[in-house]
Design a protein around this ligand. Structure first.
Ligand SMILES: Nc1ncnc2c1ncn2[C@@H]1O[C@H](COP(=O)(O)OP(=O)(O)O)[C@@H](O)[C@H]1O
Ligand SMILES: [Mg+2]
Length: 425
């Protein structure tokens, strides 16, 4: 059992470390606060302690600064344990195929995640932009693309509806009677006009990713570079740099959502492992509001079964879908609140007695109120301050880590482009 420190409490001149251990951390941690109050820094400090404690971790960073900070501080022993996914490194793209599944159960999970991802990207409020018909076509098309020994990726989906040879080749491998019927009965009866209407619709959703070379070279590879089962099983360190400034907001969101889906698929399998044999796995998602689907909300409520400790942060509740907000307030063991606005203070002060709304809105930078999970129970609220960001000596193996990931894990761009050209031909 290991403990990590979140910050410190100073009360009547006495300083106490605010720490918690593995069992309590598996009940999850949520942090809220306005920009600049020190949230990302808290996660960085925690994640570095996890790394030093030989824990398996994944850190998803929407800005890239936390990843840069962590890279500079990776202890030399862990050099080869760091998997760095940096989509902006276009010369050695990692393959991230949402539609690569290891078994039937995972296949079903990933296909329903695929549908959820399209909702999240194009119709987050479920206003009908994506409806049951698109879902139906997408589900059948995804299952068809995945069929056969070569598998397939998202970017081949539009091709299914224009290339009869490709459709027939894939159909030969299908076993699922409902998918077979989709092609033999339903599609056979669908008019060309309706097909082309639907194709336009698909193209408008997939086109963005098909036409962007960086994205195509990542999500179009058939084989995943990262084996999430392996990473979790072997306590590896996965750093995901989704710097929006470098790769664009929609791309960052798409890749983040795929990573979250893949991680969840791997995590769900851990229910079968006996709890004693399962080491905790820690996930940090900074500015997480754009990267969670409804599936994640249900995972939060059950993930004690999986040995997953989730750390989430964002700026204000209104950024979150109602379902996610409720899942958090209902299931998270540890809540940390930095300075927040009146509306959020209204919600949180109810659970943070004796602190009042005004206490929350008047908090100074780097100061917070916390309800901490201690030995399976959430404590009363108390105050704390965060650790300074630069309290640990720098090893700076950034260059070496990047090299290992490019040469031993990524695939040279020319090879990837050749594969994708063939898949789309
Ligand atoms: N406890 C602290 N003491 C001093 N400086 C800090 C502390 N925590 C964070 N900082 C600094 O404050 C700035 C904002 O921190 P950051 O973690 O990025 O905030 P947020 O994620 O809430 O926007 C950064 O420059 C960071 O280095
Ligand atoms: Mg931040």
């Amino acid at each position: 059992m290991s403990y990590i420190t979140i910050g410190r409490n100073i009360f009547r001149g006495k300083t106490t470390q605010i720490s918690y251990g593995d069992q309590d951390r598996l009940r999850h941690t949520y942090m809220i606060g306005k920009t600049g109050v020190g949230k990302s820094t808290v996660f960085q400090n925690m994640c570095l302690q996890d790394i030093e404690n030989y824990k398996g971790v994944c850190f998803i960073d929407p800005h890239g600064e936390s990843i840069d900070w962590l890279l500079q501080r990776i202890p030399p022993d862990f050099l080869e344990d760091v998997y760095l996914f940096d989509p902006s490194d276009i010369e050695f793209p990692f393959g991230l195929n949402l539609l690569q599944a290891k078994d039937e159960q995972e296949k079903d999970f990933l296909v329903s995640e695929c549908i959820q991802i399209f909702y999240k990207l194009f119709d987050p409020d479920k206003t009908g932009i994506i409806g049951p018909q698109f879902e139906h076509w997408l589900r059948n098309a995804a299952l068809t693309v995945m069929a056969g020994p070569e598998g397939g990726s998202l970017i081949e989906i539009p091709k299914l509806f224009v290339d009869k040879q490709f459709e027939l080749k894939k159909r030969k491998y299908l076993k699922d009677p409902t998918v077979l019927e989709f092609w033999s009965k339903q599609m056979a009866k669908t008019s060309d006009f309706h097909k082309s209407e639907m194709l336009n619709y698909f193209s408008s959703k997939f086109g963005h990713f098909l036409n962007n070379a960086m994205m195509r070279n990542i999500i179009g590879q058939h084989k995943d570079t990262l084996d999430f089962d392996y990473l979790i099983e072997h306590n590896k360190i996965l750093l995901v740099n989704l710097s929006k400034g470098k790769i664009g907001e929609t791309n960052a969101q798409m890749l983040g959502l795929i990573i979250m889906s893949k991680l969840q698929a791997a995590i769900l399998k851990r229910a079968k492992i006996e709890p004693e044999k399962r080491s905790p796995y820690y996930l940090y998602v900074d500015e997480f509001q754009n990267l969670v689907t409804d599936t994640f909300a249900s995972l939060l409520s059950e993930s004690r079964k999986y040995g997953l400790g989730v750390h989430l942060t964002n700026q204000y509740f209104a950024q979150l879908p109602e379902k996610i907000k409720d899942a958090i307030l209902g299931n998270v063991g540890t809540i940390i609140a930095f300075e927040i606005g009146m509306e959020d203070a209204e919600i949180l002060s109810k659970e943070f007695e004796p602190f009042t709304k005004e206490d929350f809105t008047n908090l100074r930078k780097y100061n917070f109120y916390i309800r901490l999970m201690i030995d399976g129970k959430t404590s009363k609220a108390f105050s704390g301050e965060s650790l300074k960001p630069n309290n640990i000596s720098i090893s700076n193996l950034t260059e070496e880590i990047i090299k290992v990931n490019q040469l031993a894990r990524g695939t040279p761009r020319i090879l990837v482009e050749e594969q994708i050209k063939q898949a789309l031909a």
